[in-house]
Design a protein around this ligand. Sequence first.
Ligand SMILES: Cc1cc2nc3c(=O)[nH]c(=O)nc-3n(C[C@H](O)[C@H](O)[C@H](O)COP(=O)(O)O)c2cc1C
Length: 407
Amino acid sequence: MSGEQANRDLSVKFAGLTFPNPFILSSAPPTTNGEMIRRAFQAGWGGAVSKTLNPEGVVIRDVTPRLATMRDARGAAFALGNIELTTKRTLGEWVRDFDALKEEFPDRIIIASLMAETSRQAWQDITRRVQGHVDAVELNLSCPHGMPEKGMGMAVGQDPAITEAVVGWVKEVATVPVLVKLTANVTDLAPIVEAAERAGADAFVAINTVSAIMGVDLDTLTPLPAVKGRGTFCGYSGPGIKPIGLRCVAQIAQVTARPISAVGGIETWQDAVEYMAVGASTVQLCTAVMFRGYRIVRRLRSGLSSYLQDKGFAQVEDIVGKALGALTAHEELDFDHRVVYRIDEERCTDCGICITSCRDAGYSAIDRRPDRPQIDPQRCDGCSLCQQVCPVEGCVTPVEETRAATA
Ligand SMILES: Cc1cc2nc3c(=O)[nH]c(=O)nc-3n(C[C@H](O)[C@H](O)[C@H](O)COP(=O)(O)O)c2cc1C
């Protein structure tokens, strides 16, 4: 990669809006108020979705604490679970912030995330109240904790009929694009997407956090995150949900031509490109910013710019959906394509993990012969477990079965 040198135009069109770059802060703690969004824009973010707003007069009380993490072997947090609710600020405070941000950063895209009880009046009131001050609204039909019990958030986005009603009410009065933020906590996204599209959704956002329990405290046997000895189902975010997000974005792209903003486990520009390849034209981040700050946008932008240049793409749109043509049903895969694996003796460190995995969970195809592991092509079934567990890149590689058999 040519690093910081590349200077591709990263601007992208999305639902009639032009983002200066595709990197957006999702609705979450990094967009708690206007001053924080201001600092994010100074750092270079292309847009921001406000923390979810509530109708006039709704008072939100959060519990403390409301986060739990999973940590890697060195103790660094990499996954997050939260039981935070929507904004504690009033619509009036938000509208003032939106106006100030728009004046200072006219080229950035500001989106108000909205949530209301399932009534035409409530959804239309909150839409009318904010839409003159933002570029778009995002309907939070996907929060998995706290709000579904009150018939909001994920309780709406899990039901095609209620989704269609809510999106339809907002579209009756909306003068700005209406984005619909979906939940992965459903068996099939297609009917939800179709319902929202019938009601006039301008774009889709996926995914919100995944319903989870982050762990159990082994001393107190309390589910985590815990509040004074009791826990509840939380929303799981971070790199662990990226595979789920990629699947959801691809599924949405398969049923609609409306633009998609991807969110879920994005940390690097490579994550962003993957989401674009399965159909997203903008990407949103939360947990990576909570762990490392607004400044990560610099690397996201320079990495994406270099990638576009190195691959000969003129613009972000050229990547969008590029992997979808290669996405097929399992029965359509080539069952005649047979590979077996071989180990590069020069690279092998003789750690033995491939021997153990193949013996206890594969086809017992790896022998220590004479002092390095060697794969017997007659016994190898080509599952790739040895390659997956090998810690040395390029040490275990596939070869066509016929060549291996005669080698
Ligand atoms: C502490 C916390 C609070 C959040 N609050 C909201 C919210 O108010 N509205 C919303 O739509 N999503 C909310 N989210 C979800 C994020 O916007 C995002 O969809 C999710 O975290 C997945 O992205 P990530 O893996 O980059 O964090 C919240 C996430 C976290 C971690």
